[in-house]
Design a protein around this ligand. Structure first.
Ligand SMILES: NC(=O)c1ccc[n+]([C@@H]2O[C@H](COP(=O)([O-])OP(=O)(O)OC[C@H]3O[C@@H](n4cnc5c(N)ncnc54)[C@H](OP(=O)(O)O)[C@@H]3O)[C@@H](O)[C@H]2O)c1
Length: 274
C-alpha cells in the first residue's frame, strides 16, 4: 500500500487528491488546520476502509514549530512515503508576520515546504520511486528571488512575494533531487482557474475570479488534479514542470546550482532562528 502525504489536503485540489487516493486504496496523511473538513472528506469517500487508511495531522504550516512537529509525527509513523504533495495555500495580498517573526507567505509557501522536503527525505528514499508534487505555478524568472531579503522587509508586493516563492520552489527541486536518488520532483500548476476555496485574504480581483468567473470557467478540483494523479502514479526521476498535463520548460538561470545551495542555506538559517 502506498503512503501519500498531502499538505492542504482538507480543501480544494489537495482534498480532491486525498479523496482520489483514499478511493484508490492508498494510505493518506492529510495536513491542514480543519478537522471538520477532514471529517467531511472522509464522509465523501464513503468507504469504511478509508477511515483506517486516513490520518489527519492538524498543523499551521506557516509556523516552523508546527512544520517540525509534522515531520516528527510522520517520520515516527511511516517508514516509507511514496508521494509528498505540497498544496497548502493561504493567499495574502499584504505583508503579514507570524508569531515566530517570519513573513507569513514565505513561511507557508517556502520555508515549511523546505522543512518537509528535507525532513521527509529518509522515508521518501525508502519508498524506491518517490514523488514530490509541489503545486507552485512554474515559470517565475530566474532573478525573481532576493537572497538578501527573501522575507521582503522592504518593498513587499503580492507580485514580488508570489514570484519569489515560485522561483524558490523550482530551486527546491534541485536540492531535493540532489538528496533523494530517483526522486521525481514535479512543479505543477493547474491549466487554468480552479473552483477551490481560495483560502486567504484575497483582493477584490481574486474574489471576483473566485465567485463569478470560478463557476463560469473554473475547473472542478477533481478534474483539475487528474494530470497530477497521472504524474504521481507514473513517476519519472528528475525535475519537471507542468501546467495541467502540459509540460513547460524549467526556468534555467545562470547559476542555478549555486542559487539552490544558497537558498538551502538561507532556509536553514531562517529555520534555525525559530
Ligand atoms: N485554485 C486555483 O485556481 C489555483 C491556481 C493556481 C495555483 N493554485 C495552487 O494550487 C494549490 C492548491 O490550491 P487550492 O486553490 O486548491 O487551495 P484552497 O482550496 O485554497 O485550500 C487551501 C488548503 O490549504 C490549507 N491551509 C491554508 N493555510 C494553511 C496553514 N497555515 N497551515 C496548514 N494548511 C493550511 C487549507 O486547510 P485548512 O482550511 O484545513 O486550514 C486547505 O486545505 C496551491 O498551491 C495554489 O497556490 C491554485
Amino acid at each position: 500500500m502506498r503512503t501519500i502525504v498531502i499538505t492542504g489536503g482538507t480543501d480544494g485540489m489537495g482534498a480532491a487528491l486525498a479523496r482520489h487516493f483514499l478511493s484508490a486504496g492508498d494510505r493518506v496523511a492529510v495536513i491542514g488546520r480543519s478537522r471538520a473538513k477532514f471529517d467531511a472528506l472522509l464522509a465523501a469517500v464513503g468507504d469504511p476502509s478509508a477511515v483506517e487508511r486516513a490520518e489527519f495531522v492538524a498543523a499551521d504550516l506557516s509556523l516552523m514549530a508546527d512544520s517540525r512537529r509534522v515531520v516528527a509525527q510522520l517520520t515516527a509513523r511511516f517508514e516509507q512515503v511514496n508521494a509528498l504533495v505540497l498544496a497548502a495555500s493561504y493567499i495574502r495580498r499584504h505583508r503579514h508576520v507570524t508569531a515566530e517573526g517570519h513573513e507569513a507567505s514565505w513561511a507557508l509557501f517556502f520555508l515549511s515546504k523546505h522543512l518537509l522536503v528535507t525532513g521527509l527525505a529518509e522515508p521518501l528514499r525508502a519508498s524506491g520511486r518517490p514523488v514530490i508534487a509541489n503545486t507552485s505555478v512554474p515559470g517565475a524568472k530566474a532573478e525573481a528571488l532576493d537572497f538578501d531579503d527573501p522575507e521582503l522587509t522592504q518593498g513587499f508586493t503580492f507580485g514580488k512575494s508570489n514570484a519569489q516563492q515560485r522561483r524558490a520552489n523550482e530551486l527546491l527541486g534541485i536540492l531535493a533531487t540532489r538528496d533523494i536518488p530517483d526522486l521525481s520532483y514535479v512543479t505543477w500548476g493547474p491549466a487554468g482557474l480552479v473552483r477551490s476555496s481560495f483560502a486567504g485574504e484575497v483582493g477584490a480581483g481574486m474574489k471576483i475570479a473566485a465567485t463569478i468567473l470560478g463557476p463560469l470557467i473554473g475547473q472542478q478540483p477533481d478534474d483539475a488534479v487528474r494530470p497530477l494523479i497521472d504524474l504521481i502514479d507514473n513517476p519519472t526521476p528528475g525535475r519537471a514542470a507542468y501546467r495541467g498535463h502540459k509540460p513547460v520548460p524549467l526556468v534555467v538561470g545562470l547559476h542555478d546550482e549555486q542559487d539552490a545551495t544558497r537558498l538551502g542555506e538561507v532556509a536553514e538559517a531562517a529555520e534555525d532562528e525559530t
